[in-house]
Design a protein. Structure first.
Length: 410
């Protein structure tokens, strides 16, 4: 018995050092709620978004009111010792219901309003509402005069009615967490998911699986009290840490799809802006200088200005474009082994280089009366700009096109 007590004491010190602040997951969940809130308000009729909003709201409330300082404040304001217990348990139960409602909405979608979906929703709401009512009834019947801020579950584990209250909320939490974790992991294995959504689901799955460690720790500590053993450190130190880690992972799981898609889109815009630079530099003599630049301009605005600058310059040089040169250059690129799309971009690049040179040599005399159709060229500015990064390839196409022109019969 002394060995077990010593192990429990050493484990308590270990996990006490690893204790995680309740405010870390609160902050992460608040960030996730702030990111989702505009979508929730804009599409309030979507049951999935409503469930996600309720989930994040109840999760934030759980960690705010489960903090020891908040527990003491709630008990002091109401004047009822340990009234925070049924209140926090009720918030946890509401959070469990929101998990299940989210899964129901997620699996069935906005368009599916079948009788089975409505029946499942009513079942979840009625069952977990009944759990909340039962929690308060059991607390009213129980005798819990001694305020406990951190170890209430184990301190009152053998107290009549408090015992049933603690077991009820833990069972409700375990059932909801198990169902949610299993369905999320099944969802991850489906085809056609966006990469960012898949990563978000992975974090959600790990988060809910970690939540089971909270339940296992609490239940083990409570059962140990029933059998006369002391494993309170599982409930006091390990379980809160597991809950904090779980909530943080869940928050990250909701943040990743939005933040990832946003950052990926911004990165694509910057990459496109950088890829258009060679063509913009080539056309500077035609446009009479650099494209407009604003230090405070957004990446989207800079990309639009660069594309506009290139298209305006191409329109100015369009009457100098040699369609015969473009055809010969295309044939030369294909003969050199390039694919049709790459060959088309190389031919366009050779034609634009020749047009810019012609305009600089003799702006008026060598201009044709009506240049070729530039609609396709204006659509392919990115491909043309990318091949301009390979001047050796362009020169090879240019030389072969010139050779074919010299060998052609008059």
């Amino acid at each position: 018995m002394s060995a077990v007590t010593g192990l429990a004491a050493s484990s308590s010190r270990l996990f006490g050092d690893l204790h995680i602040s309740f405010w870390i997951p609160t902050f992460a969940l608040t960030v996730a709620l702030a990111i989702k809130l505009p979508s929730i308000l804009r599409m309030w009729r979507d049951p999935l978004l409503r469930a996600v909003g309720g989930l994040l709201l109840f999760a934030c409330a759980v960690f705010v009111f489960a903090a020891p300082d908040t527990i003491a404040w709630t008990n002091r304001v109401t004047g009822v010792p340990n009234i925070s217990a049924p209140w926090v348990y009720s918030l946890i139960t509401a959070l469990c219901a929101s998990w299940l409602l989210m899964i129901i909405a997620w699996r069935n979608g906005l368009s599916n309003r079948s009788a089975a979906t409505r029946r499942a929703t009513r079942w979840v709401v009625s069952v977990y509402a009944g759990v909340v009512i039962t929690l308060w009834v059991l607390f009213a019947l129980a005798d819990a005069p001694v305020e406990r801020l951190r170890d209430l579950d184990t301190y009152y584990a053998t107290t009549p009615f408090m015992r049933e209250q603690i077991l009820l909320y833990l069972v409700a939490h375990t059932v909801a967490c198990t169902i949610t974790a299993r369905l999320i992991w099944n969802w991850i294995r489906t085809d056609g998911l966006d990469a960012w959504l898949r990563w978000g689901l992975r974090f959600l799955g790990v988060g809910y699986a970690t939540n089971l460690l909270f339940d296992a720790s609490k239940l083990t500590a409570v059962v140990a009290r029933w059998t006369g053993h002391d494993l309170d450190w599982l409930s006091t130190d390990l379980a809160p840490s597991a809950a904090c880690v779980s909530a943080s992972l869940v928050a990250v799981g909701f943040i990743i799809p939005h933040a990832g898609q946003y950052l990926h889109q911004r990165w694509r815009i910057r990459v496109r802006h950088r890829q258009l630079r060679p063509l913009a530099v080539l056309l500077r003599p035609v446009a009479g200088g650099r494209e407009p630049f604003t230090l405070r301009g957004t990446p989207e605005l800079r990309l639009i200005r660069r594309e506009t600058f290139i298209r305006d310059a191409l329109l100015q040089v369009s009457r100098y474009l040699d369609e015969d040169l473009r055809t010969r250059s295309y044939d030369a690129a294909v003969a050199l082994g390039f694919e049709p799309a790459r060959a088309d971009a190389l031919a366009a690049a050779v034609t634009i280089l020749d047009a810019v040179d012609t305009r600089q040599r003799s702006p008026e005399s060598d201009a044709s009366s009506g240049g070729p159709d530039t609609a396709r060229l204006l659509r392919e500015i990115q491909a043309v700009s990318q091949v301009l990064r390979r001047p050796d390839t362009i020169e090879a196409v240019r030389a072969r096109a010139a050779a074919s022109a010299e060998s052609a019969p008059a």
